[in-house]
Design a binder for this molecule. Structure first.
Ligand SMILES: Cc1ncc(COP(=O)(O)O)c(C=O)c1O
Length: 412
């Protein structure tokens, strides 16, 4: 196995039980990490430990189990805060990036977006950072504007800055494209947005799992990410919100825990962040997320990023050698996160994914919940390989071998 210059790959791979399984009799080569990542033993154990030892509701019961569950749940909030350089009071637990963005749509945009306002997005957004704003715009009579990309799929920064000068109400942008891998200079965008009086919302679903992220340095108003894309469980995510905004916002959903008191004629809201966490939270999910954050922090997010860049460079090089393969996104690995999208001649990505699956290589095919971007690329779908800490050069070699096999099958 070609060794990573950055990570102790063999030791890391031992931590992921699923990597021992076979697919169609072949070694599992999991390259669908942008959709969801695999989970290390530490995360699985944290979930089992909660259910076996101290399962109870959080913030309710005063018995031993209830206190332990509450302490661990809140430790997870502190862990998530520290991971992105925020304060725990600014961390709202949600189901994931999608729910986090919808929370901003309902609790902020509902109050603040007015008829004729502009909501500024980019052509590379995931549907979860488009559709909530389409719904808000339709309800409020606002207008959506999409910033164009250059020929390598990078944001046209001049254009976004010009548009921000026109004082949009909201600027909602992804930090990393889940298709092109493009990394956007969100700090610069948020700074400009703040100066122009616009709210900045950052979709960090593909960045927080792959690189150091500091909301403090970025200066965003809101930032959203999902646990399951960063080695954590499904069903848990985070919305970071600037405290002053969270304090003045009305609740998102009504129910238990989000209130201070309820009477027949009304209710008073709990403090932030609890005001936004109605009902029983995904306590196990939050505890699992904390284990994932500890796991990633032990490796070091700088190293996670360097490993991604190393694999990207290799992948771009190797895939350029496959005849008939069209690669999308920036040429330079340093400008992108660990995602490579491509098409092989006119083979449908679903057919390609099926052939690769026969070789044990799991990639994603389809529109990747980014149909406006597919339209801009003038394709209906792409194939996508995406990496995380357990992927190796061998995995990319297996991908290349699978692609060569597909060329044979399709007579290319
Ligand atoms: C860039 C981006 N934003 C948002 C999402 C939505 O995340 P979730 O389905 O976890 O809410 C994804 C998931 O693929 C994504 O890649």
């Amino acid at each position: 196995m070609l060794k990573s210059q950055v990570l102790e790959l063999e030791r890391i791979r031992e931590d992921f039980p699923i990597l021992k399984r076979k697919v169609k009799g072949k070694r599992l080569v999991y390259l669908d990490n942008a959709a969801t990542t695999q989970k290390p033993r530490k995360v699985i154990d944290a979930l089992v430990d909660y259910y076996e030892r101290y399962n109870a509701n959080a913030h309710r019961s005063l018995h031993t189990l209830g206190i332990e569950a509450t302490e661990e749940f809140e430790r997870s909030r502190r862990g998530a805060a520290e991971f992105i350089h925020a304060s725990p009071r600014e961390i709202v637990f949600t189901r994931g990036t999608t729910e986090s963005i919808n929370l901003v749509r309902f609790a902020w945009a509902e109050e603040h977006v007015k008829k004729g306002d502009t909501i500024l997005l980019t052509l590379m957004e995931h549907h979860s950072n488009i559709v909530p704003w389409q719904l808000a715009a339709r309800r409020k009579g606002a207008v959506l504007k999409f910033i164009e990309l250059d020929s390598q799929g990078r944001l046209k920064l001049d254009e976004i800055e010009e548009e921000i000068e026109r004082s949009p109400r909201i600027v909602a942008v992804t930090q990393c494209s889940n298709v092109l891998g493009t990394i956007n200079d969100v700090a610069r965008i948020c700074r400009r947005a703040g100066k122009a009086g616009a709210l900045s919302v950052v979709d960090a679903a593909q960045s927080v799992p792959h690189m150091p992220v500091s909301v403090d340095e970025m200066g965003c108003d809101f930032l959203a990410f999902s646990g399951h894309k960063m080695l954590g469980p499904t069903g848990i995510g985070v919305l970071y919100g600037r405290r002053a905004l969270l304090v003045e916002m009305p609740p998102f959903q009504g129910g238990g825990e989000m209130i201070r008191e309820v009477h027949l004629d009304g209710a008073k809201w709990n403090d932030v962040p609890y005001k936004f966490e109605a009902g029983t939270a995904d306590i196990a999910g939050a505890i699992g997320l904390q284990a994932a954050i500890e796991y990633l922090s032990e490796i070091g997010m700088d190293k996670v990023r360097r490993h991604d860049v190393e694999l990207l460079k290799y992948a771009i090089d190797v895939l350029k050698g496959v005849k008939g393969l069209q690669l999308y996104g920036p040429d330079r690995a340093e400008e992108r996160s660990g995602v490579v999208s491509f098409n092989l001649a006119d083979v449908h990505p679903h057919d390609l994914a099926t052939i690769l699956d026969g070789e044990g290589v799991e990639i994603r095919s389809g529109h990747h919940c980014a149909q406006p971007l597919m339209e801009w690329l003038r394709v209906s779908a792409t194939s996508r390989a995406s990496f995380h800490v357990y992927n190796s050069y061998d995995d990319i070699d297996a991908l290349k071998a699978g692609l060569e096999k597909a060329r044979e099958v399709f007579g290319l």
